[in-house]
Design a protein around this ligand. Structure first.
Ligand code: NAD
Length: 317
């Protein structure tokens, strides 16, 4: 009898996709990894290159350059294909190009009989997660956008750096659009169970402006990195691996992902970044934080911007 193993199919082996594949292999998360890209040479070359690292990997991963037919037995399909931001472009500027690309890709995947979980990373990720959910016909729990997983990681890193504490002990979330209208949930940010405002009391020379700037550096990180090296990929790649691990390991981990809201946070029929419990079935539940009035207002604004961007997409497809 053939033993069933975990299979991840990655569509799009550009900067983000290939970094994800590299990180996935290094952490030994899946037994099978299939690489697909419009640029077949790139995907095939990546499969060869990654295979040559196998003797140094923590566990065996079977990696090959594949086709959509490989999606049939996939547990997770990760979408990192499409255009990325050019200097000066916002994520929302990419909506038309990438929706068109996604229509073709999702139809190809579904026509092969895929019945697993989609992880979407391509921008604008909240809009494209919705589009994948619509085009695929899968239950909402099984289409997960990377949402603000990276923004939350950036926030935790910068807070840890500021207070000189390991970022893994920082519990703080960025929610809303993965983009210019995202917001920090200061009302629930803590380090080791102690609120950030407590930490500021012991911080020599503390200035409230430091925290305001810290958030601006989270929100604008992608622009800052793209200006310097043209694209961002290592951080998101590790975030996507974390999400894949939570799914395949049935972890029930809380991650800030783009999830479909059906009344939570007072919003409906939208994909947006919120903390959610993730396991083998996808999103088990959205975690509803009790937001301050100011945070509520900002979240509503963020949701409205996404809905306004989504409307023409829904009218056209
Ligand atoms: P890239 O240009 O390096 O890679 C994109 C890849 O998609 C290319 O290899 C291209 O050949 C492939 N592709 C295009 N159309 C395709 C199709 N129809 N079928 C299969 N493959 C196709 O771009 P990148 O820097 O890797 O970024 C990819 C996406 O990820 C962008 O939309 C970017 O904005 C997004 N991104 C998201 C986050 C996040 O936090 N969610 C972070 C960084 C980047």
């Amino acid at each position: 009898m053939i033993k069933r193993v975990n299979r991840v199919v990655l569509i799009g082996t550009g900067f983000v996709g290939s970094s994800y594949a590299f990180a996935l292999l290094n952490q030994g998360i899946t037994e099978e990894l299939v690489l697909i890209d419009l640029n077949q040479n790139k995907a095939e070359g990546d499969a060869m290159d990654l295979n040559h690292g196998l003797p140094f990997a923590p566990s065996k991963t079977k990696i090959w350059f594949g086709s959509y037919a490989d999606c049939k037995d996939a547990d997770v399909v990760v979408l990192t294909a499409g255009a990325n931001q050019k200097p000066g472009e916002t994520r929302l500027d990419l909506v038309e190009k990438n929706t068109k690309i996604f229509k073709g890709i999702v139809e190809d995947i579904m026509s092969c009989g895929f019945d697993g979980i989609f992880i979407v990373a391509t921008n604008p990720v909240d809009i494209l997660s919705y589009v994948v959910w619509k085009f695929s016909g899968l239950p909402k729990e099984r289409v997960i956008g990377s949402g603000t997983i990276l923004d939350t990681a950036r926030f935790r890193f910068l807070l840890g750096d500021y207070f000189d504490v390991d970022p893994r002990n920082v519990h703080a979330y960025i929610i809303g659009e993965h983009g210019d209208t995202e917001l920090p949930v200061w009302s629930h940010a803590d380090i080791a169970g102690t609120s950030i405002s407590e930490w500021t009391k012991n911080k020599q020379g503390f200035d409230q402006d430091d925290l305001n700037h810290l958030f601006l550096n989270v929100r604008d990180a992608a622009y800052q990195i793209i200006e310097r090296k043209g694209a961002t990929y290592y951080g998101i790649a590790m975030g996507l691996v974390r999400l894949t691990k939570a799914i395949l390991g049935n972890e029930n981990s809380v991650l800030t992902v783009s999830a479909y809201l059906d009344g939570e946070y007072g919003q409906s029929d939208i994909y947006i970044g919120v903390p959610a419990v993730v396991n083998r079935n996808g999103i088990r539940q959205v975690v509803e934080l009790e937001l301050s009035n100011e945070e509520k207002e900002k979240f509503v604004h963020s949701a409205n911007v996404l809905k306004k961007t989504l409307q023409p997409v829904l009218n056209n497809y």
